[in-house]
Design a protein around this ligand. Structure first.
Ligand SMILES: *Cc1c(COP(=O)(O)O)cnc(C)c1O
Length: 411
């Protein structure tokens, strides 16, 4: 069975209720009453598992967290108000002033700005590398390195990482590997490949229809015996490991980030996300097939396409070997100049011009004038942002309709 078929059964079965309301109940309450003080005490010390206050967890959100944790073989998950919220939660729960991050590949513009501008203000330094700079990555690891951060697919540079190799570097050095798997849920299982934490923007293909902003961080279990996280590098985790055992990373994220920064998911967004999740395996299967059909046909028609399914892509072999379940909804077209890019976008009848990705509809955007408009020349070069670059996210439309539309739009 491929990754998708397995989850066709799991998702619809676990989102629905077999008794009472079939659709998940939305618990809109911000606060929860404890009934009596003894119960209140138990809820606060963790011995009673009941809702405390919606900033710390909500029953509708908990359902989403359980399903996403199971999807990735995690021990637990924390859903957040956005994908950036998930990245902030997962990183801020591990970092202190003076620490360092190694960021590999990509990189999503928001994450790049967060590492390069915002975290710098708090004395946290990030080193950026391409996915294939293995030696430089290894040499950059030092005592202060707390996180190696990796995107499963470079957005928008479309470069694919050797996840197993990077995981082995992280594991040998005893450093946490965090993977942003927003573009490849189900296609890539980061924890199975050696990651410790997976972050998602559920806003994208997990919800799939631009109806809810959201994110989620999934955490692996701490091992009973030896574990790289029991080292002095992560001394602050000791207490959580003693108290919470295999759940330590989840507890740490809730106490050290969610409680204080408050990037909590709201119940209604969690509900919308659960509805999207039900059809995720079906949509993923369709879209990854369509992306191959469309990129190959546009390439034949003389478009300058960047996608690893094409023979000329430097990671074509990695795509065949390690990404047999596809690499998501994205590809890019380089039109050579801003003028040509705008012309194509103005002439397409089907593509929606928007910064979103992973939608039921095909979306497109000129990169340099939008998401990367305030990035300097050097930053753009590193991220592969050329003047004529358009990012396309393929939707559920008939692939031939999209091919015909882009060809007519070029004029
Ligand atoms: C969109 C996106 C994010 C941020 O998610 P939001 O829900 O918009 O905050 C992070 N990583 C990747 C790869 C994304 O595409």
């Amino acid at each position: 069975m491929n990754n998708f078929e397995e989850y066709c059964t799991k998702f619809v079965q676990s989102v629905g209720n077999k008794e009472g309301s079939v659709s998940p109940i939305v618990t809109n309450s911000a606060a929860f009453a404890y009934g009596d003080s003894l119960t209140g005490e138990g809820i606060f010390d963790g011995s009673i598992k009941k809702p405390l206050y919606s900033r710390m967890g909500n029953p509708t959100t908990a359902r989403l967290e359980n399903i996403l944790a199971e999807m990735d073989n995690g021990v637990g998950a924390v859903a957040t108000s956005s994908g950036m919220g998930a990245t902030t939660l997962a990183t801020m729960s591990l970092l202190e002033s003076g620490d360092e991050i190694i960021s590999i590949g990509g990189l999503f513009g928001g994450t790049y700005a967060y590492f390069d501008e915002t975290l710098t203000r708090f004395g946290i330094k990030t080193h950026f590398y391409d996915v294939d700079e293995f030696e430089k990555i290894q040499n950059a690891i030092n005592k202060k390195t707390k996180i190696i951060f990796l995107e499963s697919v470079g957005n928008p540079n479309m470069r694919l990482p050797d996840i197993k190799k990077i995981a082995s570097i992280a594991n040998e050095a005893g450093v946490i590997l965090m993977i942003d798997n927003t573009i490849t849920p189900l296609s890539i299982k980061p924890i199975e490949l050696g990651a410790d934490i997976v972050v998602y923007s559920t806003t994208k293909i997990i919800s799939g229809n631009a109806s809810a902003l959201g994110g989620c961080a999934v955490f692996r279990a701490i091992n009973d015996g030896e574990d790289k996280l029991k080292s002095p590098r992560y001394a602050f985790l000791n207490n959580f490991i003693k108290k919470m055992g295999k759940m330590a990373l989840v507890a740490n994220a809730k106490k050290r980030a969610l409680r204080d920064f408050g990037m909590s998911a709201n119940a209604h967004a969690s509900y919308q996300t659960l509805l999207g999740l039900e059809t995720l395996p079906l949509r993923m299967q369709r879209v990854i097939k369509s992306v191959e059909i469309i990129t190959k046909e546009l390439d034949k028609n003389g478009f300058n396409i960047n996608h690893p399914c094409l023979d000329n892509h430097p990671h074509h072999k990695r795509y065949k070997d390690d990404f047999s379940n596809g690499c998501g909804t994205l590809f890019t077209i380089d039109m050579g100049s801003k003028e040509e890019a705008f012309k194509l976008l103005n002439n397409t009848k089907l593509a929606f011009i928007t910064a979103n990705i992973g939608d039921s509809r095909t979306l497109a955007l000129h990169m340099a004038s939008t998401i990367y408009n305030d990035f300097n020349k050097q930053q753009r070069e590193f991220l592969g942002i050329t003047d004529g670059l358009i990012r396309v996210s393929i939707g559920l439309e008939n692939p031939q309709d999209i091919i015909d539309d882009f060809i007519q739009a070029r004029g």
